[in-house]
Design a binder for this molecule. Structure first.
Ligand code: BV8
Ligand code: ZN
Length: 260
């Protein structure tokens, strides 16, 4: 668990972070699995870093799918099933309020998460770098569709009978070009990048933090622990995003009030 918090020091840091956000005309946010932890979804590299007994880097690859598509589908079907019982947490809702406060066209929420919780919380401009668990893609005809329902362990395309796959970006696969370009543009344009709930280990997503800094942006990190992003951050807020993001927004929003 994270170290005990000195409330006064934390509030000062929250004030610094609020100053950086207030001064920014354009804001970008980069999130990882940590922002969904308080919704009950396990992170990738948490205590055991295992998913259903597997390391994500071992099952989330095209080679694993080619070798044993049933194993990969069982891994994804378990995660898809858990989505049906989770809801956005106050951290997700705080980011919706931030987008509304900053204004469309001046805000981008870039996420590595595939759980769809930012969208279901109401975030509008969401760039899903690694795809979405609820979407599937045909390995034959390429058809893509939202399939939130339960799938069997070897789902096939109704059009061409080829194997379906989760529409997520596996390791050693390129990120979707258009989404990636938008994310790069957003961090180049922003004056403040808020990095929340990511270990900043996976590239190229993690590289966006250095890109923002190179463009002169202030970087704020919200995380339970020190990460690869911490050395690039102007302000490191240590604690759970579901608690710190609402506190940060209350400092920025007029009347300090978060929409319910
Ligand atoms: C590519 C979708 C090339 C699937 C995912 C060596 C160096 C650099 C790069 C590489 C390298 N070797 C290989 C690579 C490339 C590789 C990579 O980065 N590997 C890593 C492991 C080193 N990258 C790739 O393969 C990428 N593609 O490079 O392609 C290419 C180019 C052209 C043509 C062909 C190929 C593709 C990467 C995408 C992989 N897909 N997910 C799925 O989800 O099943 S990545 C996966 O990791 C998830 O998307 C996840 O979001 C992402 C990052 O993890 P985090 O979100 O950061 O989660 P993590 O558990 O690590 O951390 C959670 C954090 O939250 C912690 O810091 C914790 O303290 C904090 N936390 C916890 N609770 C809370 C909290 N914080 C706040 N509040 C809390 N309550
Ligand atoms: Zn097909």
């Amino acid at each position: 668990m994270h170290p005990p918090v000195d409330e006064h020091a934390l509030d000062e840091l929250l004030e610094h972070a609020a100053d950086a956000l207030r001064a920014a005309g354009c804001v970008a946010v980069l999130t990882g699995a940590g922002v969904s932890a308080e919704s009950g979804l396990p992170t990738f590299r948490g205590a055991d870093g295992l998913w259903e007994g597997h390391r994500v880097e071992e099952v989330a690859t095209p080679f694993a799918f080619e070798r044993d598509p049933t194993l990969v589908w069982r891994f994804y079907n378990a995660r898809r099933a858990s989505l049906r019982s989770v809801r956005p947490n106050p951290g997700h809702h705080a980011l919706v309020a931030l987008e509304e406060h900053v204004g469309r066209g001046h805000f981008a929420l870039i996420t590595q998460n595939v759980d769809g919780l930012h969208r279901s919380a109401g975030s509008r401009h969401v760039l899903e770098l690694h795809g979405s668990l609820a979407r599937i893609r045909c390995t034959g005809c390429g058809q893509v569709e939202e399939r939130g329902d339960a799938l069997d362990d070897l789902p096939r395309c109704l059009e061409c009978n080829a194997l379906l796959r989760p529409d997520v970006v596996w390791f050693y696969e390129a990120l979707p070009e258009v989404v990636w370009q938008e994310a790069e543009d957003a961090v180049c344009r922003c004056q403040c990048l808020l990095v929340a709930g990511t270990s900043a280990i996976v590239h190229p997503a993690a590289g966006l933090i250095a890109t923002a800094r190179a463009g002169g942006a202030r970087v704020i990190e919200v995380n339970l622990a020190t990460t690869e992003a911490s050395r690039l951050a102007d302000v490191c807020l240590r604690g759970p995003s579901g608690e710190l993001l609402p506190r940060l927004l209350k400092k920025i929003l007029p009347e300090g009030r978060l929409p319910v």
